[in-house]
Design a protein around this ligand. Structure first.
Ligand code: B12
Length: 432
């Protein structure tokens, strides 16, 4: 190599170091497989209430395979989701409620198709695309010209929907993308804390996809800048343990950081720290929820949702075998959990006795059996979502927050959180 060659080589090396990328070294394959195995029982539940397109996306972007189950699962997803959304498309008076529960799920369904290297096509495909575009237009209107309003769903679902259309090479109007850009540029209605990390990460994935696919060329510079803003927000949200936001926002945050380099910023250490924090959480069995596992598996396989622009469906994957479980013979001890609902009149407060290892949902069920307490849930991709307590249904932008007394919001839902003996759990009606 001549002098010029050496110089060029050194220059490129230096630039490479500057354009720092987020690389996650390989994680122990047994650990990854045991995580993947937790999806298998869910893949046998083929009722509409349990179908979860995110699960399919996560599995296909992982290095793991569930051969026979996978094809059947996708087939059932297609039957259920097409029926649900094509039904919607033919019925023009879509209620708010339908849009709320559907937009993000339709988007995830479209990601699932791409994860199997399919493009939406034909008449049915076109109708699904039009439906999703219509949802986005409605959301754009709800946000309004002056950006003062709220999307009826959330900016998370707004970003997810733009991403899904993008990986199918479907263009949305600049003004639709513009609302999400504005929200990211001005930190608009993004909620506090970890939820904002999930939301900005999803928006960043959508921006990266649009920029890479060149679907909105007039927005190119704004997209690049907004992606950079998102990356910086995520890095600033890193906790001393290494998580971005909290443990459960770290997978999406990593997906975003892995999808786009950050010239001039040393990303390596931040990502290595996030990886060790995730490993510790994995060892502590923090990942039990199927949706959370589905967002993490791609990261452990160095993949992210933007890769769905051109997925590699021929890459070899490791076959998952179901785990053999030996039921425990031990009779569990009884624990006592205080359940409090101060947001109702008269306030509710009772000590509930349940076997150790019970979930918060078990505690609520027990409280309901004992009379004086009632609750209601709605199925969601994350599990049962608490929608009413003591007959009080949530209103617009309200939710029943789960708190460990005195004031720590739980990071898991009622089906996954397992209270310890002597803990007090408060159900608090709050705005979001
Ligand atoms: C937006 C959002 C909310 C909004 C939802 C309202 C709305 N209209 O959008 C609000 C602020 C109300 C909310 C509440 C909670 N959330 Co939340 N939320 C999200 C977020 C950012 C996006 C969800 C979404 O739209 N998904 C896409 C659509 C297509 O899926 P979907 O199933 O149709 O969406 C519905 C459910 O996700 C449901 N939902 C929202 N959060 C949660 C949490 C749980 C445990 C359940 C069962 C359902 C649920 O609301 C969505 C809209 O209807 C996710 C981030 C993520 N990485 O997934 C966190 C996330 C799912 N939430 C989380 C948590 C912990 C909660 C709470 C339990 C917090 C608390 N201490 O009270 C509560 C739920 C309490 C309850 N009543 O059961 C965690 C779950 C972690 C885990 N281990 O499973 C996540 C991953 C955030 C995080 N990084 O910690 N959330």
């Amino acid at each position: 190599m001549g002098h010029l060659g050496t110089l060029l080589f050194l220059l490129l090396g230096a630039l490479g170091a500057l354009a720092d990328v987020c690389n996650i070294p390989e994680v122990d394959s047994e650990l990854v497989q045991s995580l993947g195995r937790r999806l298998l029982p869910w893949m046998d539940q083929l009722s509409l209430e349990h179908m979860n397109p995110s699960l399919y996306v996560g599995l296909r972007l992982s290095g793991l395979e569930a051969r026979d189950k996978e094809a059947l699962y996708l087939h059932s997803l297609k039957l259920d989701y097409q029926q649900r959304f094509l039904g919607l498309a033919s019925n023009d008076d879509n209620s708010d409620l339908q849009a709320k529960s559907s937009m993000g799920q339709l988007a995830l369904y479209m990601l699932a198709l791409r994860a199997n290297c399919e493009f939406v096509r034909g008449q049915k495909g076109d109708r699904l695309v039009s439906q999703l575009k219509r949802f986005l237009e409605d959301e754009k209107r709800a946000i309004g010209h002056n950006h003062k309003g709220y999307p009826r769903t959330s900016y998370y679902q707004y970003g997810l929907s733009i991403l899904a259309l993008c990986v199918h090479q479907k263009r949305v109007h600049d003004s639709v993308v513009g609302k999400l850009l504005y929200a990211m540029e001005h930190d608009h209605h993004l909620h506090q804390g970890h939820r904002s990390v999930d939301t900005v990460a999803m928006a960043g994935l959508a921006f990266t996809c649009l920029e890479r696919s060149n679907l909105n060329p007039d927005l190119k510079n704004r997209l690049i800048l907004a992606t950079r803003t998102v990356q910086e927000k995520i890095l600033r949200a890193q906790t001393p343990e290494g998580h971005f936001g909290n443990v459960y926002s770290t997978p999406l945050a990593l997906q975003l950081l892995m999808s786009s380099p950050m010239p001039g910023v040393e990303l390596g250490t931040a990502c290595l720290n996030a990886r060790s924090a995730l490993l510790t959480s994995l060892q502590n069995r923090a990942f039990q929820n199927v949706l959370m596992i589905s967002q993490l598996l791609p990261v452990l396989n160095h993949k992210n949702y933007v890769d769905l622009i051109s997925p590699d469906c021929l890459a070899p994957r490791v076959m998952l075998e179901p785990a053999t479980v030996t039921p425990s013979q031990k009779v569990p001890e009884i624990i006592h959990v205080m359940l409090e609902v101060p947001s109702v009149w008269p306030p509710y407060s009772h000590s509930i006795s349940v076997p150790a290892g019970s979930s918060l949902e078990d505690v609520l069920k027990k409280a309901q059996e004992l009379e004086g307490f009632t609750y209601g849930t709605q199925a969601s991709l994350s599990g049962p979502y608490l929608t009413s307590v003591m007959g009080k249904e949530v209103g617009e932008h309200e939710f029943w927050q789960l708190i460990r007394a005195p004031n720590t919001p739980l990071q898991q839902g009622i089906a996954d959180y397992r209270p310890k003996d002597g803990e007090t759990i408060e159900l608090r009606l709050v705005f979001w």
